[in-house]
Ligand binder design. Structure first.
Ligand code: NAD
Length: 361
């Protein structure tokens, strides 16, 4: 089915308003989750709603939290998210980095202990909108899902990496990916009847490559949501030894250096850690050259002869913008299972049938 973005935003916001978030936070969660669907990253979209509500109820995340600044210099901040919603905490931490870098040319913000910050590209975009280059190393403590190169046991989180680059007069370059072959949410989408994961995304405990979500979640039960603790296999790190190395660095920089904690052994509460570096091209004094050279170079890259007939070379950020344009016009495709899980969650948090009907019209 196709659902219009504004209907989804309204529904998701209302769910979190009923679940305990204030109006602004509920609106932000609706905005960012639906934005991920618009960008084509359904894994980080509204499919997360039941899980977020459950985490809120279990006390693993908390509504309406603000950041606590633990250490603060002109160009450096350590920020504790106090296990608030990532959609509230991350923009506050990013704004802090933007303010510092705009003043001093560069800033580093080490964010720890935050609920799921969703699509990291949102934060690269936010910095790019302010005219800043940004680099983000992210990990997820308490979420061990990915086998390192050469192994079958889970040792990494899906540890995303993101670089955002503003382009005057053009949309930003936005590289944003999980360092696993697929993000966990994409396996979740497949487990819920959505798009299957690409071949070789998963590895079972015997070292066989697989696409079956059972490897990650174990056998599905009628009432039990897919639970990663039940599977015996792992997602594979992307890019063989090189991608596995990038994943390790996301754990070390996003997890250890920030004070968040890595996806190490033992049971840890879920929390994203993010080490962000912000650079202001205008304070470097190369901004005019940078913009002109980048424009010429991106055109040069895109002019490469297509590898397949009718194909095209795209730059990071382009696929998401195209998908967003289509989905904004036509609606967001949702599986029936995801739609039903949203309605079910709405009822669970106390939204009555009449209100629900008027919300989804
Ligand atoms: P992906 O594999 O779709 O890769 C996306 C990146 O590749 C984007 O930069 C995109 O513009 C670029 N890209 C895609 N197709 C391209 C093409 N044909 N040519 C050039 N560039 C192309 O993304 P993913 O690994 O599935 O990650 C999905 C999302 O999950 C990301 O937004 C990531 O931040 C998020 N994530 C978040 C967490 C978390 O803990 N918060 C964990 C893992 C992933």
């Amino acid at each position: 089915m196709l659902v219009q973005a504004d209907v989804l935003r309204r529904l998701v916001s209302e769910i979190f308003l009923h679940a305990g978030s204030g109006q602004e936070e509920a609106g932000r969660i609706g905005h960012y989750l639906v934005d991920s669907n618009l960008a084509g990253h359904d894994s980080h979209g509204v499919i997360r709603v039941p899980r977020y509500v459950q985490m809120l109820r279990d006390g693993r995340i908390h509504a309406n939290r603000t950041i606590k600044i633990v250490r603060d210099t002109d160009v450096l901040a350590v920020v504790d998210g106090q296990f608030g919603f990532g959609q509230s905490i991350a923009p506050q931490a990013v704004q802090l980095g933007i303010d510092k870098a705009k003043k001093h040319g560069v800033a580093i913000v080490a964010l720890r202990n935050t609920g799921h910050i969703g699509r990291v590209g949102n934060w690269g975009e936010m910095a790019a909108e302010a005219g800043l280059v940004s680099v983000h190393f992210v990990n997820a403590a308490g979420s061990i899902l990915v086998a390192p190169f050469g192994g079958t046991d889970r040792r990494f989180s899906t540890a995303p990496f993101c670089v955002g680059v503003p382009r005057p007069g053009d949309p930003p370059l936005l590289l944003d990916f999980a360092t696993s072959v697929v993000a966990e949410g994409k396996v979740l989408v497949a487990a819920k009847g959505g798009k299957p994961v690409p071949p070789g995304s998963l590895i079972d405990e015997n070292g066989n490559l697989s696409t079956d979500p059972i490897v990650l979640y174990g056998p599905a039960g009628p009432d039990a949501p897919p639970d990663q603790r039940n599977g015996k296999g792992a997602i594979r790190a992307m890019g063989e030894h090189k991608g596995s190395g990038v994943a390790l660095m996301c754990e070390i920089l996003g997890g250890a250096l920030t004070g968040n904690g890595t996806a190490g052994p033992g049971s840890r509460q879920f929390s994203n850690g993010m080490l962000s570096i912000y650079i202001a091209p205008d304070l470097l004094g190369t901004d005019d050259f940078f913009a002109a050279e980048m424009k010429q170079y991106v055109d040069f890259v895109k002019s490469a002869n297509p590898a397949t007939p009718g194909g095209e070379v795209l730059v990071p950020g382009e696929p998401e913008r195209r998908t967003a344009a289509t989905r904004s016009a036509e609606g967001i495709p949702l599986t029936d299972e995801v739609w039903q899980s949203l309605l079910e969650t709405a009822r669970k948090v106390g939204i009555g049938e009449n209100s629900l009907n008027s919300l989804v019209q």
